[in-house]
Design a binder for this molecule. Structure first.
Ligand code: ADP
Ligand code: MG
Length: 672
């Protein structure tokens, strides 16, 4: 049985099983699903003549004949020396330390197979002291492609290969998709796929195998996502509480329709018995944070507590200040917690939290450290969720066992990918901008014409508006002519001798950054010179200009995020994207997209078209689903197919009642 513990395999004892467990491998199924990180192609012999001085890879594997044996003492140790030659009659000296049995095992004149790393190569004489010699080539994997696993700890590749092999032989691997799928989507049968994943005939076969398994994985993911969503229809509406009404009426503006819709969805989630896992996505400045505060009030009105987590201390502080302005007048008790909150202050805060004297706790991921206990945590809000790691998410899972969770992101993901990425979440989208918000005017500026731009910005300074100047690096390096923050800071001082500025980048400590931003916010500074640290969530209404140099270096999504630092009030705002002469045609096209639209969703779609999903999804979290076989960054084609197949099945046979689909029903119940 595929779900049995791996210790049932003959070559795995207690200690081994423990080593495997540290890799997360406990069952036969885990073991055969352990995806090699690479393969070593040993199909063809690699003989001595293929190694040259200075080669990085000095690995050989081939047949050898023993021509002589001797031993000598070096530095007080006995060294056993074997002379051998390969099929080209190239000569190899094999030096063995403490390997007595070899003396008996190796017989002069006989043939063996060797896998070795050549340590020395001098005038056609090859020498190795790190080698393995076997009677048959199978024992060394010669003639095969060998899997290389991502190992840590005590296990070595050979042990794992053997274990995988016996697991494959003992497991009953059944197909998990209807027969018709295998042909329709050119998939390998599941059993073949698992064998080929580990021991493929060639590298194409290995990739075919992985893709087949990825299809299955994605298909079930999509299908279960469709079903969870399907269930949620006829739900009751949540009520707007008095507290919410008070906040709304205290605002100088009214909510946008999109904010209202998102709130309705969230309220009804809070009302319902099942736990909310909802993603609130919307462009920078679309008013997500306000929606989050209203959701908090909904919970607080019902005597619940809220946690509001931001990815950096800086952002968390800003949220706390903002929350204080909006919520303190309503009598809401707010507290701020980060890793910096220590000693007596921390102790007091934690006491108050546990006794229910705090309604909303705002902070960094410190909110979910071991010693933090809420009296009645009902809602956890995670801002800029894609900046958190899976580990931090797990901590959160542990803390707020029953709490509803609202994730927020200002980095929209193209619709095609959203379902896969956020398969385990419901999604609310704010598409509309608050009324009166002007679109940011974006200009593309050639590096040679920066002077005019600098002059134009002076006009904004004269109106006491502020600016950001963004550069890709902190310091100039010899290897590149990219402009850097430190040198541009000096240059800008000469251009604007009257204006006050500061440098801000990730190497400064949090306190210093916060200090700088505070004085920027108070208008004590005219401009900031920065790396992309200001990318996330900084809200300074009087900042109306952002200059991004080497704009072609940034992805569209990043540019859009950066641009979102301005245009946060009713003042007209400007974004200058400065590009270098060497910009490619594609690069230019991409920047034109930025100039032509302010719509983050459209930009995300375009980015996907131009760069493929790799760049977009590469370094960000999915909805915290870990995939074994599928690679969300590379398997866009498979995602599309699996999604279509899941939609097709859902619409033609929702109940999975057709005989053909029984297998899907069974697996859906089992896995999800
Ligand atoms: P996000 O979190 O999506 O970046 P915020 O909630 O921080 O956006 O809102 C950005 C700014 O817009 C804030 O100053 C906020 O007070 C304001 N704002 C929010 N909703 C509206 C609205 N409906 N009309 C006008 N301004 C709004
Ligand atoms: Mg925000």
């Amino acid at each position: 049985m595929i779900d049995r513990d791996i210790s049932c395999l003959s070559n795995i004892g207690k200690a081994r099983a423990k080593d495997f467990a540290s890799l997360g491998i406990r069952t036969i199924k885990d073991l055969i699903s352990f995806v090699p990180r690479a393969y070593e192609d040993r199909r063809y012999e690699k003989r001595l003549s293929s190694i040259h001085p200075g080669d990085e890879d000095r690995h050989i594997y081939c047949r050898i004949r023993i021509t002589g044996k001797s031993s000598f003492i070096a530095k007080g140790r006995k060294v056993f020396k074997i002379d051998a030659e390969d099929d080209d009659q190239k000569k190899l000296s094999i030096l063995a330390f403490n390997r007595e049995y070899l003396e008996r095992f190796l017989i002069s004149g006989e043939e063996y197979y060797i896998s070795a790393v050549i340590n020395r190569l001098d005038k056609g004489r090859y020498e190795t002291s790190s080698f393995e010699i076997k009677r048959t080539k199978e024992e060394l994997g010669i003639g095969q492609i060998l899997p290389i696993y991502p190992l840590t700890g005590k296990l070595n590749e050979n042990t794992v290969r053997q274990a995988v092999r016996s697991a494959l032989l003992s497991a009953e691997i059944e197909d998990t998709l209807p027969s018709s799928f295998y042909e329709a989507f050119s998939l390998m049968r599941r059993k073949d796929a698992f064998f080929s994943l580990h021991f493929p005939k060639d590298l194409q076969q290995a990739e075919m195998a992985r893709k087949s398994l990825a299809f299955e994985e994605l298909f079930y993911l999509e299908l279960s996502a469709l079903r969870t969503r399907g269930k949620k229809e006829n739900r009751g509406k949540g009520r707007e509480t008095e507290l919410e009404k008070k906040l709304i009426s205290s605002l100088p503006f009214s909510l946008t329709a999109a904010q209202k819709d998102a709130l309705d969805e969230i309220r009804s989630d809070i009302e319902s018995k099942s736990r909310m896992t909802r993603l609130l996505q919307g462009d920078v400045g679309s008013g997500k944070t306000l929606v989050a505060y209203l959701a908090s009030l909904n919970v607080i009105a019902k005597k619940g507590q809220c946690a509001f987590m931001a990815p950096t201390e800086l952002l968390a502080k800003q949220h706390a200040e903002n929350a204080a302005k909006l919520l303190l007048p309503l009598g809401i008790k707010i507290a701020f917690l980060s890793g910096e909150t220590k000693g007596k202050e921390r102790r007091l805060l934690l006491e108050n939290l546990e006794s229910g004297n705090i309604d909303i706790l705002i902070g960094t991921h410190a909110l979910f450290s071991m010693d933090v206990h809420f009296k009645n945590l009902r809602l956890a809000i995670i801002d800029e969720m894609h900046r958190f790691g899976v580990e931090q998410m797990k901590e959160l899972e542990g803390k707020g066992r029953n709490a509803d969770v609202l994730f927020m992101t200002a980095t929209p993901i193209p619709r095609t990918l959203a379902l896969t990425f956020y398969a385990n979440m419901d999604i609310s989208t704010i598409k509309e901008k608050p009324y009166g918000r002007k679109d940011i005017k974006t200009y593309l500026v050639s590096e040679r014409k920066r002077e005019d731009m600098f002059k134009a910005i002076e006009v904004e300074f004269a109106r006491s508006h502020q600016a950001y100047f963004v550069y890709p690096r902190i310091e100039e390096t010899e290897a590149s002519d990219l402009k850097a923050v430190t040198s541009m800071y000096e240059e800008l001082k000469k251009i604007y001798p009257e204006r006050r500025s500061r440098i801000i980048h990730s190497k400064l400590d949090e306190d210093e950054k916060i200090g700088i931003l505070n004085s920027f916010q108070k208008g004590e500074l005219d401009y900031l010179v920065s790396t992309s640290v200001i990318e996330v969530g900084i809200d300074i209404p009087k900042a109306t200009v952002i200059v991004i140099e080497h704009a072609e270096r940034f992805g569209l999504a990043a540019l859009h995020q950066l641009r979102g630092r301005v245009g946060r009030s009713s003042l007209a705002s400007y974004c200058f994207l400065v590009y270098s002469d060497q910009i490619s045609e594609d690069g230019k096209e991409r920047l034109k997209i930025m100039r032509n639209t302010n719509d983050g969703f459209l930009i995300a779609e375009k980015d996907l078209e131009i760069r493929g999903p790799g760049e977009i999804t590469g370094n960000r979290q999915s909805g915290f689903i870990s995939m074994k076989f599928a690679d969300l960054a590379r398997d866009y084609e498979i995602i599309k197919k699996a999604k279509l197949a899941a939609e097709e099945i859902s619409s033609s046979d929702w109940g999975l009642l057709n005989a053909e689909n029984t297998v899907i029903r069974k697996n859906l119940e089992k896995t999800y």
